[in-house]
Design a protein. Sequence first.
Length: 397
Amino acid sequence: MHLAWLDAQRASVRAVERTGVDWLVARLRARQEDAAVAVRAAVARDADRVRAALVERLSTYTAHVQAGPDETWGATAARLVEAQLATLQARLAEVRTIDDQAAAHEARIAGKRLRYLLEPLRDAVDGGGRDAGPAHAAVDELKALQDAFGDMHDAHVFAAEVAAAEADAGTTATAAPPPRAAGEPPRPRRRAPSATAGLQALRRRLRAREEREFAALRDRWLGDGAAVLVEHVAQATAAMRAAVAADREIERKYLLRALPREAKGAPAAEIEQGYLPGSRLVERVRRVRDADGERFYRTVKLGAGVERVEVEEETTADIFAALWRLTKGRRVRKRRHMLPDGDLVWEIDDFRDRKLVLAEVELPSADTAVTIPPWLRDLVEREVTDEGEFTNASLAK
């Protein structure tokens, strides 16, 4: 990278400075060749041994993770992203002047770690790879931050290297005069051009580049400049938590003595659902007929009790028909009545293939208090949320 930059500078420096550029190029190329020789030797000596050790150690990987009951993957990812964003903000706050190079380097590393957390998640967070979403925008901004701080850091480090080279130049950077031809009289002694002037010119250019980079990143990333990035990360973590909530079913279920009178005049849907073979994974297919027509769904549920994972998608009649054949002997039929009550909606299921009436209510959170409405209260025999035999999958057996 440094050699490429020097090659670009050579055409624009003065002739007196070109000796220094050429000398530094030769110095860097010699170092590059020495490093290549050392790498080849290390690879020849150690590659087979290191490869064998890696194959042996990486053939099996086991990790044990202890998570609490509410520690979902999406919530954990959001928490990690927020923690890394806080680290980045703290590191950015430590960069006040162009001389805060160590703090700027730490800010760049913090930004890179945040980017690496978000990058694998951005398609899922933004919904199928929509590149205009907040996660994509945050990753793009973090790339720009990384590049800006990286360019300034490179200029700073290379300037220090050029200064060290200037100190080493001495007579080794002095151009030797061309040899005299036979019989040519001695020439007047002239001082050959030194590398010092060229190295000084390079240091000035690097300092100017460093100052330009700092001015640009100061306006975009320091102080309130990172507000756009912070907002996009906040939107992305909110989407992570919302996606988790969208795939969770939180409900309470009650056994009723009879169908409430109010249900008879409420909107209703005829539901047929069957369960595919399986024990740990409960997959359901459902046909719903109501005033809006006929629709088909596939659903996977995990867990038990008040809060469970539920992932559902609408499917086609053909897919439903193909899967429905596999549910023979594990089916239920019911008529569902929907009765609003304040912010909640009570679903009253009147089973058509047995004498059973259940009431369910979906809740915004597991700790939401449930007040049974007066029109339902006298018909409730008991709550059966935690009684496994009243799940539809159990009833279908």
